[in-house]
Design a protein around this ligand. Sequence first.
Ligand SMILES: [Zn+2]
Length: 491
Amino acid sequence: MPNKLRHDYKPQPQAKDLKSSSRSSVTQFFNKVANFWSAQTHAVRGILGLSLLSIICIFAWPEKNEALDVPLSLVSNGQEVNLELDLPTRSESEDTPEALQVTQNYSATETDLLIKVKSGDTLGELFTKNNLSYSDMLSIIENEEAKKYLTRMKPGEQIAVNTSDDKGHIQTLNYEIDVENTLVIERYAENKFSTEIKTTPLDVRTAYAHGVIKDSLFLAGKDAGLSDSLVMNLAGIFQWDIDFVSNIRKNDSFTVIYEQLWRDGEYLKNGKILGAEFINDGDVFHAIRFVDENDDGNYYSPDGKSMKKAFLRAPIAFSPRVTSSFNPKRFHPVLKTTRPHRGVDYGGPMNTPILAAGDGKVIFRGRKGSYGNTVILQHGGNITTLYAHLNKFNGKVKSGSRVKQGQTIGYLGRTGRVTGKHLHYEYRLNGVHRNPRTVKLPNAKPLPQKYKTDFEKIMKPLLAQLDVIKRANVINAENVSSTSSNSASAQ
Ligand SMILES: [Zn+2]
């Protein structure tokens, strides 16, 4: 149950006390202004007042994407809705890609040594290379937990070490396991170390953005302060309804409410998208995230339909490019005869991940004549899908394995009878080949009926908030354009 509370819209604390620090100097300034004011004649006051008013108008005009920290009230479907929108202002750091990287708990200035793990490094090598005591290392990994984490470090990760002398004896050693947990090792006696995992809970804040597409979705996302990965996620949610490759129009728009993860007052990275609206070519789509006890979250339309279909249209990572279409009367380029092409070919770089189009079971994995390295999946509804010419398989996906939609099953290649590297993809319904690009795809499971009430408690306020954010941005955009045209006509 508390699982679902994650969606409840909680106003987040803001740095409102920033203003108070400069209060005394502001008071002094206003006292001086008041004295000056009372010394002037009526005519001078009039001129000064007008100039002051226009200066205030210029500087206080609302900027696009300004934080909505005032309660907004609006009329929606004839009903007045009062919304306390207390969303955090987007921070500067979000725009810088560096901020997306996991920040370490420690920095080089606070420790003797910050050691970065390189590909192929073992813990022993790291100690030897950095002149650290090898016997201390052995004592440290006597602890099972320390051993578990320190012997599985990945390239790019770091350990921070404090030495107690110039012989490389360890005083403390810190390793950041993940954004929330740090392994802390400390000497308490000769050859004795304590091991502890320190947890700093993440602060989950809610943020929002609105954008209008002028050139591309990514540029509009950037203008709205969104990272590329968040824009990818946004497109991923709507990919079954909107063709992001060929059908994005100028003036399409999006509004998104999403989580930001902070630690110790420091921005770490974006979290999940909680709700989003996308307007494509005049069609309005909404998606709301809902978590039930059986999964880690799915997106539904307000009427409870899954945003997903049971199958991906194109089972290949990154923007798919069709190199040969489904064609029952195709002239085969290698065999030089008319041979039906019962699938779709997708081009892409060597080893592009190939994804399971839907949840299912692997019924074939291996070499299959002219198909080369091939995977065949059996899905519900008597559907099978086939993926051919793979360079290699995902080692974890074996014959008989269950796979989830979007899971990598292999990598694009040129095995079998081919003229060049590509994926050949087939979709069969009741044993009959169908065109994977046009076949009507079955719907994914809708929201289970028993969650309807819980879903509505999350969905209704999110929809209202999306609407407020959109309207506020549209009003701002109109104001900006009307002021600029006014100033142009005055010159
Ligand atoms: Zn083909």
